[in-house]
Design a protein around this ligand. Sequence first.
Ligand SMILES: *Cc1c(COP(=O)(O)O)cnc(C)c1O
Length: 706
Amino acid sequence: MRGNTLGGFDRFRLPAALLVAAIHTGPLLSVSPFANDLLTDIWGRIAVPFFFAVSGWFLVPRLRREGVAALGPFLKKTLLLYLLSALLYLPLNLYNHTLQDSGAALLRDIFFNGTFYHLWYFPALALGACIVWALVRGLGKRAWLPAVLLYLIGLLGDSWYGLTAALPPVRAAYEGMFLCFDYTRNGLFSTPIFLLLGGWLAQRPRRGGAGRYRAGLLVSLALLTAEGLLVKHFSLARFDALYLTLPLCVGFLLLWLAALELPAIPALRGWTAAIYVLHPWCIVLVRGGARVVGLTGALVDNSLGHYGAVVLLSALLALPFAFLRPARADPRGRAWIEIDAAALRHNLSALSALLPQGGRLMPVVKANAYGHGDLTVARICAGEGIRAFAVATASEGARLRRGGVRGAILVLGYTGPREVPLLARCRLTQTVVSAEHARALDAAGHRIAVHLKIDTGLHRLGIPWDDVEGLVAPFACRSLKVTGVFTHLSDAEALDEASQARTQEQLRRFQQAVEGLRRAGFDPGAVHFQGSYGLLNYGGLPCDYARPGIALYGVFSAPSHHTRSAVELRPVLSLRARVAQLHRLEAREAAGYDGSFTARRPTVLAALAIGYADGWPRSLSSGAGRVLLHGQPAPVAGLVCMDQLLVDVTDIPDVSPGDIATLVGRDGPAELFAGQTALAAGTITNELLSRLGPRLPRLTVNDLPS
Ligand SMILES: *Cc1c(COP(=O)(O)O)cnc(C)c1O
């Protein structure tokens, strides 16, 4: 896995933290002021952008994939660290009287400058992440454009301020800005570009060895040096944190460190972060301490001695944080689901081709997108231009909306009047199932959009197709706005004559009801009647939407199903689990609850770390179900347990603990289809997949680098 070879990032954290400490102490001042400038005003400026870019490397791809779901926890962590650090420095603020007394100035420090000089890093990271999230969401691949622009604006208020100052109106604009923040080196101007840079590099395919990137790094460092010296020579800088060539240096630095493919050293992360946070306190302690013990000459006046003492003390005080290890779950540790984004995109386009002119897809993402992960599926769909989704319940709809899904969200199932405020708040479209239901929703007094469900023969939900009074009743409800009508077919998957006749009759009834509304002067809005099989067997009929569920996920409900349109669908979901343990049994030895398995021969059993609590049916016990291991089938042995199941691997050589079993999906040349497993369990894929539980992490694979 890629993450394990990024130890180069961990290693460079130490020099980066030491460079920041150098900026704040000036280690070479007693030796050579020029060398010190070179170190602190030019080269040292790589350090903080390096930290931003590394954050972006991990964060931005997740922001693109998961949106606010990734932003929220990141902000929480960053702001918590900020709060703790700010509290740590509060005594110094109070002692030095550096706490702003006006509310506006305090806010300025909190949001931009940091409450202590080095703490600007945290609000910058948080603000930068919010900006990048908004840019990525609004502009997709063009997010870098505003980020570059912001950086250039920042640059003209920093190292290149000399140019700005030469133009009085521009200068006035900048002076206005400086009332809001002391520097343009902040979350608004300088952070977005480095976060996006890191994210972009993370998703680029890596080619070539470290040598190429080291050369690039050296050249860009030379350019940075030249730029820094130029700025110094002409005294252009108002402050010296941002340079035109800085993003280039940071980019090559990351590429080089990644190409080194070194093993990770997690301890360096906590340690260096703590050095960063603690070193200004250490500066105070070293100065005070030196005075007390009478060593001001060596530890304060001598810049190298001072720097050495500060760094040493910081490193010591920070050491405990090296052992603070975030205790993270490994998504591939036990059992998990893989979602193939490319397969989903393929299915979307294959199903779109079946639509009539003007028709659109309304993917059904109820039941956590049939177990696939509703937000992930909705995001991939949205990326393909989908603007309408269907769910079964109001809370499923609210989850999508809160996850950042835009466009129409239709709730297909019943929602009681008490959830009308939720419908209104989340702008969900509710299905009206009867005139009575319409009046109850109306009485709640919130304006909501509704689609009328017309019962044409399934007799599950809906206003009977020939109940004219019932059909027009919702139009009289003042809080309800009817924006669509739909029905659901009961036999669309079956192509025998009787089923086709029933479907045709349902279509006729639906048509008649819709025409009746139109003739009576009511606008039915968007018209839709096809689920997956409706679309596959009765595609091309005029409609505004089709509501495919199971077909979108690339499988049929049952392996025996055939459809009129021969579209090639690709299964989106794979289900995998680790081998936890192996057991060697003598012939006639029993295993499993109730001795449900008896070895007929010397047998090897593998315990897989997945069970019925994960949604793998218990009805697959004792040989009914099988899994793939090393590309070969292994039958279930004995009763499926809640968290484990046993499979017989006697005929599969070299199985060991930690190996990955495939319960649905491809394993080398072999493939186990959800349809086969569902059939063996006496159900359909819809049930098998939608019951895959929340305990299984969902991982997206084959996603587009964007
Ligand atoms: C679940 C559902 C669908 C999707 O059905 P599939 O057969 O999975 O395509 C469509 N419409 C309604 C009303 C549904 O409840």
